[in-house]
Design a binder for this molecule. Structure first.
Ligand code: HSE
Length: 300
Protein backbone atom coordinates (compact mmCIF):
# COMPACT_ATOMS: atom_id res chain seq x y z
CA UNK A 1 0.00 0.00 0.00
CA UNK A 2 1.41 3.41 -0.92
CA UNK A 3 0.31 7.03 -1.29
CA UNK A 4 1.75 10.09 -3.02
CA UNK A 5 0.95 13.49 -1.50
CA UNK A 6 1.77 17.06 -2.55
CA UNK A 7 1.74 19.90 0.01
CA UNK A 8 2.09 23.56 -0.95
CA UNK A 9 4.36 26.42 -0.08
CA UNK A 10 2.90 29.09 2.18
CA UNK A 11 3.40 32.79 2.83
CA UNK A 12 3.61 33.30 6.59
CA UNK A 13 3.23 36.51 8.61
CA UNK A 14 1.53 38.30 5.66
CA UNK A 15 3.56 41.36 6.72
CA UNK A 16 1.82 42.56 9.90
CA UNK A 17 0.84 39.18 11.40
CA UNK A 18 4.11 37.77 12.72
CA UNK A 19 3.45 34.12 13.69
CA UNK A 20 -0.34 34.56 13.44
CA UNK A 21 -1.23 34.90 9.73
CA UNK A 22 -0.42 32.81 6.67
CA UNK A 23 -1.84 31.68 3.34
CA UNK A 24 -1.26 28.79 0.98
CA UNK A 25 -0.29 29.05 -2.69
CA UNK A 26 -0.72 26.48 -5.50
CA UNK A 27 2.96 26.11 -6.27
CA UNK A 28 5.73 25.37 -5.51
CA UNK A 29 5.49 22.56 -2.95
CA UNK A 30 6.92 19.19 -1.90
CA UNK A 31 5.96 15.60 -2.60
CA UNK A 32 6.05 12.61 -0.29
CA UNK A 33 5.64 8.98 -1.36
CA UNK A 34 4.86 6.72 1.59
CA UNK A 35 4.71 2.94 1.74
CA UNK A 36 3.75 0.48 4.46
CA UNK A 37 6.50 -2.11 5.06
CA UNK A 38 6.89 -5.26 7.19
CA UNK A 39 9.72 -3.94 9.34
CA UNK A 40 8.50 -1.82 12.28
CA UNK A 41 9.85 1.74 12.37
CA UNK A 42 9.88 4.85 10.21
CA UNK A 43 12.60 5.09 7.56
CA UNK A 44 13.50 7.85 5.09
CA UNK A 45 14.77 5.84 2.12
CA UNK A 46 15.25 8.69 -0.34
CA UNK A 47 15.39 12.48 -0.50
CA UNK A 48 15.73 14.31 -3.81
CA UNK A 49 16.08 18.02 -4.54
CA UNK A 50 17.73 18.99 -1.25
CA UNK A 51 21.37 18.97 -2.42
CA UNK A 52 22.14 16.66 0.51
CA UNK A 53 21.08 19.27 3.09
CA UNK A 54 18.32 17.42 4.92
CA UNK A 55 18.93 14.74 7.57
CA UNK A 56 18.04 11.11 6.85
CA UNK A 57 18.04 10.34 10.57
CA UNK A 58 14.33 9.62 11.32
CA UNK A 59 14.44 11.54 14.65
CA UNK A 60 15.93 14.66 13.05
CA UNK A 61 14.05 14.83 9.77
CA UNK A 62 10.81 16.81 10.26
CA UNK A 63 8.81 14.43 8.04
CA UNK A 64 9.75 11.18 9.78
CA UNK A 65 9.75 12.74 13.27
CA UNK A 66 6.18 13.99 12.88
CA UNK A 67 5.08 10.68 11.33
CA UNK A 68 6.59 8.89 14.37
CA UNK A 69 4.57 11.19 16.67
CA UNK A 70 1.43 10.46 14.69
CA UNK A 71 1.97 6.69 14.96
CA UNK A 72 2.59 6.99 18.70
CA UNK A 73 -0.63 8.99 19.02
CA UNK A 74 -2.76 6.37 17.25
CA UNK A 75 -0.93 3.53 19.02
CA UNK A 76 0.57 1.95 15.88
CA UNK A 77 4.33 1.98 16.49
CA UNK A 78 4.30 -1.70 15.40
CA UNK A 79 3.99 -0.68 11.76
CA UNK A 80 6.79 -0.09 9.21
CA UNK A 81 6.77 3.10 7.11
CA UNK A 82 9.08 3.96 4.23
CA UNK A 83 9.24 7.61 3.16
CA UNK A 84 10.53 9.21 -0.03
CA UNK A 85 10.73 13.00 0.08
CA UNK A 86 10.95 14.89 -3.19
CA UNK A 87 11.79 18.53 -2.51
CA UNK A 88 10.43 20.67 -5.28
CA UNK A 89 10.99 24.01 -3.63
CA UNK A 90 14.02 25.86 -2.26
CA UNK A 91 15.13 25.27 1.35
CA UNK A 92 15.60 28.35 3.59
CA UNK A 93 13.54 30.43 1.19
CA UNK A 94 10.85 31.81 3.52
CA UNK A 95 8.20 29.88 1.62
CA UNK A 96 7.51 27.28 4.29
CA UNK A 97 9.81 24.62 2.87
CA UNK A 98 10.02 22.47 6.02
CA UNK A 99 6.30 22.92 6.53
CA UNK A 100 5.46 21.66 3.01
CA UNK A 101 7.50 18.47 3.58
CA UNK A 102 6.11 17.83 7.07
CA UNK A 103 2.52 18.47 6.02
CA UNK A 104 2.86 16.18 2.97
CA UNK A 105 4.17 13.43 5.29
CA UNK A 106 1.40 13.86 7.85
CA UNK A 107 -1.29 13.95 5.20
CA UNK A 108 0.18 10.77 3.69
CA UNK A 109 0.27 8.82 6.96
CA UNK A 110 -3.24 10.01 7.85
CA UNK A 111 -4.44 8.83 4.42
CA UNK A 112 -2.87 5.39 5.01
CA UNK A 113 -4.82 5.29 8.28
CA UNK A 114 -8.17 6.25 6.72
CA UNK A 115 -8.06 9.92 7.78
CA UNK A 116 -8.30 9.09 11.49
CA UNK A 117 -7.51 12.72 12.29
CA UNK A 118 -8.95 15.84 10.67
CA UNK A 119 -6.61 18.29 8.90
CA UNK A 120 -7.09 20.62 11.87
CA UNK A 121 -6.06 17.86 14.31
CA UNK A 122 -2.84 17.36 12.32
CA UNK A 123 -1.73 20.97 12.98
CA UNK A 124 -0.05 20.26 16.38
CA UNK A 125 1.90 17.33 14.87
CA UNK A 126 3.16 19.58 12.06
CA UNK A 127 4.10 22.27 14.60
CA UNK A 128 6.45 19.77 16.24
CA UNK A 129 8.19 19.51 12.85
CA UNK A 130 8.67 23.29 12.77
CA UNK A 131 10.17 23.12 16.25
CA UNK A 132 12.76 20.65 14.96
CA UNK A 133 13.42 22.79 11.88
CA UNK A 134 13.82 26.22 13.47
CA UNK A 135 13.59 25.90 17.24
CA UNK A 136 10.01 27.16 17.55
CA UNK A 137 6.76 25.44 16.68
CA UNK A 138 5.09 28.29 14.84
CA UNK A 139 1.88 27.36 12.99
CA UNK A 140 1.59 30.13 10.39
CA UNK A 141 3.04 27.91 7.63
CA UNK A 142 1.73 24.48 8.63
CA UNK A 143 -1.88 25.53 9.32
CA UNK A 144 -2.44 27.12 5.87
CA UNK A 145 -0.55 24.23 4.20
CA UNK A 146 -2.97 21.79 5.86
CA UNK A 147 -6.19 23.79 5.62
CA UNK A 148 -5.61 25.85 2.46
CA UNK A 149 -6.49 29.52 2.01
CA UNK A 150 -5.85 32.27 4.53
CA UNK A 151 -5.46 31.25 8.17
CA UNK A 152 -5.28 33.11 11.49
CA UNK A 153 -3.63 31.57 14.55
CA UNK A 154 -5.65 33.49 17.12
CA UNK A 155 -3.91 31.73 20.00
CA UNK A 156 -1.13 29.17 20.50
CA UNK A 157 -2.12 28.16 24.03
CA UNK A 158 -4.69 26.81 23.63
CA UNK A 159 -4.28 26.42 19.87
CA UNK A 160 -7.06 28.30 18.06
CA UNK A 161 -6.79 28.20 14.26
CA UNK A 162 -9.31 30.13 12.17
CA UNK A 163 -9.81 30.02 8.38
CA UNK A 164 -10.47 33.48 6.98
CA UNK A 165 -12.35 34.45 3.84
CA UNK A 166 -10.48 36.44 1.18
CA UNK A 167 -11.30 38.15 -2.12
CA UNK A 168 -11.81 35.68 -5.01
CA UNK A 169 -9.48 37.63 -7.23
CA UNK A 170 -6.24 37.71 -5.29
CA UNK A 171 -2.81 36.60 -6.49
CA UNK A 172 0.56 36.26 -4.83
CA UNK A 173 3.55 37.23 -6.96
CA UNK A 174 6.55 35.68 -5.24
CA UNK A 175 10.23 36.22 -5.90
CA UNK A 176 12.94 34.20 -4.18
CA UNK A 177 16.35 35.89 -4.37
CA UNK A 178 18.90 33.09 -4.16
CA UNK A 179 20.51 34.04 -0.86
CA UNK A 180 20.18 31.75 2.12
CA UNK A 181 18.28 32.99 5.20
CA UNK A 182 17.65 30.13 7.68
CA UNK A 183 14.48 30.76 9.70
CA UNK A 184 16.38 29.94 12.89
CA UNK A 185 18.79 32.86 12.31
CA UNK A 186 16.04 35.17 11.07
CA UNK A 187 14.11 34.53 14.30
CA UNK A 188 17.12 35.14 16.51
CA UNK A 189 17.80 38.57 15.04
CA UNK A 190 14.46 40.13 15.93
CA UNK A 191 13.84 41.97 19.20
CA UNK A 192 11.81 40.09 21.79
CA UNK A 193 10.52 43.29 23.44
CA UNK A 194 8.44 45.92 21.70
CA UNK A 195 7.19 49.35 22.71
CA UNK A 196 3.49 49.69 23.49
CA UNK A 197 3.10 52.43 20.87
CA UNK A 198 4.54 50.08 18.21
CA UNK A 199 2.30 47.24 19.39
CA UNK A 200 -0.73 49.55 19.08
CA UNK A 201 0.11 50.21 15.42
CA UNK A 202 0.66 46.52 14.76
CA UNK A 203 -2.62 45.23 16.19
CA UNK A 204 -4.48 48.03 14.42
CA UNK A 205 -2.99 46.79 11.17
CA UNK A 206 -3.72 43.09 11.86
CA UNK A 207 -7.35 43.96 12.61
CA UNK A 208 -7.43 46.16 9.49
CA UNK A 209 -6.07 43.37 7.29
CA UNK A 210 -8.56 40.82 8.62
CA UNK A 211 -11.42 43.30 8.14
CA UNK A 212 -10.20 44.01 4.59
CA UNK A 213 -10.18 40.27 3.82
CA UNK A 214 -13.77 39.91 5.06
CA UNK A 215 -15.05 42.99 3.21
CA UNK A 216 -12.89 42.38 0.08
CA UNK A 217 -11.54 45.92 0.47
CA UNK A 218 -8.19 45.91 -1.39
CA UNK A 219 -7.39 49.43 -0.27
CA UNK A 220 -7.81 48.52 3.41
CA UNK A 221 -5.82 45.29 2.87
CA UNK A 222 -3.02 47.29 1.26
CA UNK A 223 -2.77 50.03 3.85
CA UNK A 224 -2.93 47.51 6.71
CA UNK A 225 0.00 45.44 5.42
CA UNK A 226 2.61 47.46 7.28
CA UNK A 227 5.06 45.95 9.76
CA UNK A 228 7.02 48.11 12.16
CA UNK A 229 8.23 45.24 14.36
CA UNK A 230 10.00 42.62 12.26
CA UNK A 231 10.47 43.92 8.72
CA UNK A 232 12.89 46.77 9.57
CA UNK A 233 15.37 44.18 10.91
CA UNK A 234 14.82 41.30 8.52
CA UNK A 235 14.78 43.45 5.39
CA UNK A 236 18.50 44.05 5.92
CA UNK A 237 19.13 40.46 4.78
CA UNK A 238 17.18 40.91 1.54
CA UNK A 239 18.98 42.49 -1.41
CA UNK A 240 17.27 45.66 -2.70
CA UNK A 241 14.20 45.08 -0.52
CA UNK A 242 12.98 48.69 -0.51
CA UNK A 243 13.78 49.16 -4.18
CA UNK A 244 11.71 46.04 -4.96
CA UNK A 245 8.86 47.43 -2.85
CA UNK A 246 8.77 50.70 -4.84
CA UNK A 247 8.83 48.80 -8.13
CA UNK A 248 5.97 46.49 -7.09
CA UNK A 249 3.82 49.29 -5.66
CA UNK A 250 4.35 51.52 -8.70
CA UNK A 251 3.24 48.62 -10.89
CA UNK A 252 -0.09 48.32 -9.08
CA UNK A 253 0.52 45.81 -6.27
CA UNK A 254 -2.01 45.87 -3.43
CA UNK A 255 0.87 45.33 -1.00
CA UNK A 256 4.44 44.06 -0.79
CA UNK A 257 6.48 42.41 1.95
CA UNK A 258 8.70 39.61 3.20
CA UNK A 259 7.37 36.06 2.88
CA UNK A 260 7.83 34.31 6.23
CA UNK A 261 11.35 34.90 7.48
CA UNK A 262 12.65 35.75 3.97
CA UNK A 263 14.53 36.12 1.73
CA UNK A 264 11.47 35.56 -0.51
CA UNK A 265 9.28 38.59 -1.03
CA UNK A 266 5.72 38.71 -2.28
CA UNK A 267 3.27 41.19 -3.73
CA UNK A 268 -0.49 40.73 -3.54
CA UNK A 269 -2.20 41.66 -6.80
CA UNK A 270 -5.78 41.81 -8.03
CA UNK A 271 -5.01 39.98 -11.28
CA UNK A 272 -2.57 37.40 -12.55
CA UNK A 273 -1.10 39.51 -15.38
CA UNK A 274 0.03 42.22 -12.92
CA UNK A 275 1.58 39.47 -10.80
CA UNK A 276 3.63 38.21 -13.76
CA UNK A 277 4.68 41.74 -14.74
CA UNK A 278 5.84 42.41 -11.16
CA UNK A 279 7.85 39.20 -10.83
CA UNK A 280 9.56 39.96 -14.17
CA UNK A 281 10.46 43.48 -13.04
CA UNK A 282 11.72 42.30 -9.62
CA UNK A 283 13.83 39.54 -11.16
CA UNK A 284 15.31 42.08 -13.56
CA UNK A 285 16.17 44.36 -10.64
CA UNK A 286 17.87 41.49 -8.79
CA UNK A 287 19.75 40.47 -11.94
CA UNK A 288 21.13 44.03 -12.17
CA UNK A 289 22.87 43.45 -8.81
CA UNK A 290 24.02 39.93 -9.78
CA UNK A 291 21.43 38.06 -7.71
CA UNK A 292 19.74 35.06 -9.32
CA UNK A 293 16.13 34.46 -8.42
CA UNK A 294 13.11 32.22 -8.91
CA UNK A 295 9.53 33.42 -9.21
CA UNK A 296 6.04 32.02 -8.78
CA UNK A 297 2.63 33.55 -9.40
CA UNK A 298 -0.32 31.81 -7.79
CA UNK A 299 -3.89 32.50 -6.86
CA UNK A 300 -4.36 32.65 -3.09
N1 HSE B 1 6.41 33.29 11.48
C1 HSE B 1 7.63 32.64 11.12
C2 HSE B 1 8.77 33.66 11.20
C3 HSE B 1 7.52 32.14 9.71
O1 HSE B 1 8.57 34.77 10.72
O2 HSE B 1 9.82 33.36 11.75
C4 HSE B 1 8.73 31.44 9.21
O3 HSE B 1 8.49 30.99 7.89
Amino acid sequence: ESVKVFAPATVANVVCGFDVLGFAVNEPGDEVIMRVTDKPGVVISKITGDEGRLPLNPAKNTVSASVQDYLKHIGRTDIGIDIELHKKMPIGSGLGSSSASTVAGLFAINTLFDQQLTARELVPFAMKGEEIACGYGHADNVAPALLGGFVLIRSYEPLDVISLPFPEEMYAAIVYPEVDVPTKDARQMIRSKVLLKDAVKQWGNVAGLVTGLFTKDYDLIGRSMVDGLVEPTRSILIPDFYKMRSIAMEMGAVSFGISGSGPSVFALTKDEATGHAITRALQKQLKSIQINSLSFVSSV
